[in-house]
Write a protein that binds this ligand. Sequence first.
Ligand code: SF4
Ligand code: SF4
Length: 297
Amino acid sequence: MSTSPADDIPFPESPVMPNKLDGSHPIRFRCHRGVACWNACCSNIDISLTPVDIVRLKHRLDITSTEFLERYTVPYEMEKDGIAGVKLRPVDGGTACRFMVEEGCSVYEDRPTACRYYPVALLSMRHQQEYTDRDAYALVKEPHCLGHHEPHTQTIDEYRAGQGLPEYDEPARGWRQLILKKKSSGPTIGKPSKRSLQLFFLACYDIDRFREFVASDGFSQLFDLPAQELHDILLDDVALMQFGFRFLRQTLFGEMTIPLHADAAQARAARAHEKAMRLEREAAERAARDEGMVDEG
Ligand code: SF4
Ligand code: SF4
C-alpha cells in the first residue's frame, strides 16, 4: 500500500493510473476477508499520516500524540527543504504494519486516511495564490491487489462515503492547503526557518505538545486571544488542530488573523522594518560591488 493523501500528479511509471478522475467516476473494486490477497497491502506499507489520523489513533490507543509519534511513526520530508511529514513505522526489521493482525486491521475503525482511500489516491490541487483547493482522484493498480477483479462497481464518491472519508478529509483540509501553498509559493516565500518547520511539526502532528505551547504564558504574552476562545481550543483536539493551521498560516505566510498584544505587534513591526532596511542595505552594497567590478573590467 503506497498512497499519500497529498500526492502530486502521478508519474507514468507508478502503479497510480495516469488519468485524473472525479468523484462520479465508477471503479470496479471490493476488498473483503475472502480475497486471496487478504492483508497483502498491509504487509508492505508506505502510509503518510494526516493530523486527523494521528488524533484518531492516539485516542484509540489512549496515549499522547508525543508517545504515538515516538512509537508508531517515522518523520520524513515531504519535499526538499520543505515540510515535515510523518509515516507509519513498520514492524522492526520488516515492512508490515504494526497494526496488522491475522483478522485484518486491529485499528480498523480509526485506520488512517491512506488506508481508507486505497486503491484510490486523493490528488489535491490549488490555484496559484489561493488557499481554495479542489480534489481529484486517481486509481492505484498494484498487481498483488485482487480487489480490482471483484464483481462490484461503485463511484469514487460512493466508495469514499463507504470508507468514512468525508469526516477525515474535511478537518484535514487546512493541512493540505498549507502544504499546497508551500509547494507553490516558490522562492518568494523562501526557505522556511528551522523554527517554522518545528512549529509546523508541532501544530500538525504533536497536538498535545502544541496544546502546552498554546497554554503557555509565552503564548498569551504574545497573542491576544479572547479567554473563552482559548479555553475552547484547549479542550478539543480538533478545534486545537484547526487553530494550529490558522497559526501556521500566520507564522509561515504572514496572514495575520490571530491578534497580537499591542507591544508585541510593535516589536514585530520594528523587526520587520529592521529586516527591510537590512535587505535594502545589502542590495545596495551588492549593486555597488557589481558596478565596481564592471568598472574594473
Ligand atoms: S493501519 Fe490497518 S489498514 Fe492501515 S496498513 Fe495498518 S493494518 Fe493495514
Ligand atoms: S484486495 Fe487489495 S486492498 Fe484488499 S486485502 Fe487484497 S491487496 Fe489489500
